[in-house]
Design a binder for this molecule. Structure first.
Ligand SMILES: N[C@@H](CCC(=O)N[C@@H](CS)C(=O)NCC(=O)O)C(=O)O
Length: 247
């Protein structure tokens, strides 16, 4: 494992957080390169033929797709494992990851974006874009909304329904063992906690949003604060989320 590993990331993003967490959890040394939403497009497209982050560069390869990247990291450094050894539990863990990656998070993200998208300077702070980015954000605001499937007020209502469904489900599924697939930490917990961190702001340097935040964002955070599912997210961060290993 001597090949240099570089994560091309959005500084604030649940899908990128999945990869940071997996790298840190496995103790894999890496570097991170921040991209800003908008200007990232030519960079990720050239490397992978699609635009989304995270992109992991490892040796001469560039890999996209957070679930796929975790699979690669699991093969690269199997211990500590993120995939359950038991085949049935592994199938369950991967299905949970997929449901949050492909359905719940895209819906939740629309509601979250709608709490900050009016404030270019705040968006810039979240993504580390700098003053000019904040100033010019109105030029890409429409594209960001469209790219994320925001069609109107209904998008916020649907995102809130998705978050409620996610938090209720997590609280219910973790009562028995504290974990989502069996009785120990796995990729299911890592993925779900990374996604729901966007509603909870756990005190970790990689996922705490800058304050002061727009009122609508703070209202969103307050909406979930007392939910047992939010306490579970905090627990996963406290017990299983190491500090960053990146240089
Ligand atoms: N299914 C992808 C989704 C990744 C994703 O949605 N990434 C967002 C950041 S949260 C992104 O880079 N969006 C910009 C784009 O798609 O061009 C994964 O699991 O990695």
């Amino acid at each position: 494992m001597n090949e240099p590993i570089e994560l091309l990331q959005f500084r604030y993003s649940p899908y990128n957080e999945k990869i940071r967490w997996a790298l840190d959890y496995k103790g894999i040394a890496h570097t991170r390169r921040n991209l800003a939403p908008g200007p990232h497009v030519p960079v990720t497209r050239k490397l992978t033929g699609q635009t989304a982050t995270p992109v992991l560069k490892i040796g001469g390869r560039a890999i996209a797709g957070s679930a796929r990247i975790i699979g690669e990291l699991e093969a690269l450094k199997p211990s500590p494992a993120l995939y359950p050894a038991d085949a049935t539990l592994k199938t369950r863990a991967l299905a949970i990851e997929k449901r949050f990656d492909d359905d719940l998070m895209p819906r939740i993200r629309r509601a979250i974006l709608m709490t900050i998208v009016h404030d270019g300077h705040y968006v810039s702070k979240v993504f580390g874009g700098g003053f000019l980015y904040g100033l010019l954000f109105p030029l890409v605001r429409g594209l960001v909304k469209k790219g994320n499937g925001i069609t109107g007020p209904e998008s916020a209502a649907d995102g809130e329904r998705a978050a409620q469904e996610a938090f209720d489900w997590v609280a219910n599924e973790t009562t028995a063992t504290g974990y989502l697939a069996g009785s120990s930490f796995s990729v299911a917990d890592l993925a779900v906690a990374s996604h729901l961190a966007t509603c909870v702001d756990p005190p970790h340097v990689d996922m705490q949003r800058p304050q002061p935040a727009p009122q609508k964002m703070n209202d969103w955070l307050a909406r979930w604060r007392a939910h047992p599912g939010a306490a579970w997210v905090m627990r996963m961060y406290a017990k299983h989320r190491p500090q960053p290993l990146a240089t």
